[in-house]
Design a protein around this ligand. Structure first.
Ligand code: ADP
Length: 254
């Protein structure tokens, strides 16, 4: 049996999925660092080992993400937008029409036809304020892991807003809120609302219908709920939102 591997060489994390048929057998990720080809090869080797497959296993591999060309042994190289649309459309059972992807360093919105084709998209990669990097910065300032943001955001505390549209100013805004004694949960809620506003703004231009959110930050339920509040509609998330792009690459192998 030939396996299919989707490799998403993202700005922040390298993600791999190993697929058999259309079923995801394994997923794994490592932080992006120099020598991405070696990192990706080690990641795939880890997957093979964890699945108990022999070293001579055979597979087809598709790479995507901003570093897709750095993995020279790929059978297919696919742009991120197509991979994202394909992966999410399949994983949503053909339901998704609007997609918000929040990556480490960019924010994208994609509009899909009823056949899953990309009919429109918008991207903001000029500003880090609506991206995963913004969350990482806030996590450091607050000294709270990203995995704790959703729970923290549900704790009572005063309502504040983050008004800066630039991540550098937002950083000083967070520092001064904390210095003023504003509790971390209020800052996290304000952060979710600010990213949600950006995502909704970008989506507004492609249309909000059957909305799904993916990318690493979609693991944060607090953010998902903030996007719902902003759009006044349900926002769905796949069980492994950081891997939809890699999955889309894998299933593009035919
Ligand atoms: P890229 O494809 O650009 O490398 P990803 O889609 O992999 O980006 O997302 C990376 C971002 O995901 C990180 O910057 C971080 O903000 C966020 N992230 C990673 N793990 C978690 C988590 N457990 N909860 C919330 N956010 C997370």
């Amino acid at each position: 049996m030939e396996y299919r591997i989707g490799l998403d060489l993202g700005s922040t994390a390298i993600k791999a999925v190993i697929v058999e048929g259309s079923e995801i057998l394994w997923t794994g990720a490592v932080p992006t660092a120099p020598d991405q080809e070696a990192l990706a090869s080690d990641l795939i080797e880890r997957g093979r080992g964890e699945l108990g497959l022999p070293s001579g296993w055979s597979y087809m591999l598709a790479s995507t993400g901003y570093g897709k060309s750095l993995f020279r042994k790929a059978d297919l190289k696919l742009d991120e937008l197509s991979a994202n649309a394909r992966g999410l459309f399949r994983l949503s059972g053909g339901e998704a029409r609007s997609l918000i992807n929040i990556g480490g360093q960019d924010l994208k919105t994609i509009r899909l036809s009823e056949n899953g084709e990309v009919t429109d998209f918008r991207m903001n990669d000029k500003c880090a304020a609506g991206t995963g990097r913004f969350f990482e910065l806030a996590a450091r300032l607050l000294n709270v892991p990203l995995s704790g943001f959703a729970e923290l955001s549900r704790e009572p505390g005063e309502e504040v807003e983050l008004n800066s549209t630039c991540v550098v100013f937002a950083e000083s805004e967070i520092v001064s809120l904390l210095a003023r004694g504003v509790p971390p949960q209020s800052v996290v809620r304000a952060l979710h609302a600010s990213v949600a506003r950006r995502a909704a703004g970008l989506l507004g231009r492609v249309g909000a219908e059957a909305v799904w959110l993916d990318g690493g930050p979609a693991q944060n339920r607090g953010l998902v709920e903030a996007v719902e509040d902003e759009l006044l509609t349900e926002v769905k998330v796949t069980p492994l939102p950081q891997y939809t792009v890699a999955y889309g690459a894998a299933v593009s192998l035919g």
